[in-house]
Write a protein that binds this ligand. Structure first.
Ligand SMILES: Nc1ncnc2c1ncn2[C@@H]1O[C@H](COP(=O)(O)OP(=O)(O)OP(=O)(O)O)[C@@H](O)[C@H]1O
Ligand SMILES: [Mg+2]
Length: 228
């Protein structure tokens, strides 16, 4: 069974002046454990698509079936629980809470979850070790380099062991060497079993995904699989 199934999804942004058809008839299935890249020019709908997959928005029309469940029938509260449990977000601009330390930013992701509160410290330590940020546990985000901030954001995304990691241009604000490190961390997570969806402008990153979805004007233009 696919983890994520979008069927004929449309998404419109409504502003007082006009309607933007950001997604037009998008159908896409993602299998558990897959590594998918989403590419396409600025404004083609990549972030909109990722936000829908992450249940931050609902389709204007069409269906979103997650693990066999039709999410259109779920309440906003149920979706928030699903997000906290199953989905790890990584953003281009890190989106860390500036007043919290690295440790506290990561722990907060666990506190949002309804499940048990045991071993919080061990779980946060493990996530920090995983991405190589444990030595900065007590720093604030502004005391970190961009690469370190993104490591912290990835630790926050994975600390709850989500089923899927959704990363929106996770290396877009980083120099190329740091970007390669951060992308390597995401690839290692996929290697260890995570489902990974990455929006990227980098052809060399896209080439490392198992499947690439090319978007244009709110539509999926084509998908291609990596050879071999
Ligand atoms: N909050 C919003 N209100 C109105 N229109 C929006 C909003 N957010 C995005 N859009 C429009 O929807 C379309 C898709 O935007 P989206 O952010 O998904 O593109 P993108 O592919 O992620 O682009 P980029 O590569 O620049 O991040 C664009 O035309 C954009 O202007
Ligand atoms: Mg975007």
């Amino acid at each position: 069974m696919p983890l994520i199934r979008l069927q004929n999804v449309h998404f419109n942004y409504e502003t007082p002046e006009r309607r933007v058809e950001a997604l037009r008839d998008v159908s896409l299935e993602i299998e558990p454990g897959e590594f998918l890249a989403i590419c396409g020019p600025s404004g083609c709908g990549k972030s909109t698509l990722l936000n829908l997959m992450g249940t931050l928005d609902r389709p204007t029309s069409g269906r979103y079936v997650y693990e066999g469940e039709d999410l259109n029938t779920w309440t906003t509260g149920q979706l928030a629980e699903l997000r906290a449990r199953d989905i790890g977000f990584v953003f281009q601009s890190f989106n860390l809470i500036e007043s919290l330390t690295v440790y506290d930013n990561i722990e907060l992701a666990l506190l949002y979850r309804r499940d048990d509160r045991r071993n919080l410290r061990e779980r946060v330590m493990e996530a920090m070790d995983r991405v190589g940020i444990a030595h900065r546990a007590n720093h604030l985000p502004r005391q970190l380099s961009g690469g370190q901030q993104q490591r912290c954001a990835i630790a926050r995304a994975i600390v709850g062991r989500p089923a899927v990691i959704l990363a929106d241009e996770p290396t877009g604000n980083l120099d190329s060497e740091t970007a390669a490190h951060i992308f390597g961390i995401l690839k290692a997570l996929h290697h260890d079993g995570s489902t990974l969806v990455v929006v990227t402008h980098s052809p060399s990153q896209a080439d490392q995904a198992e499947r690439v979805v090319e978007m244009l004007d709110g539509r999926i233009q084509f998908t291609r699989r990596r050879l071999s």
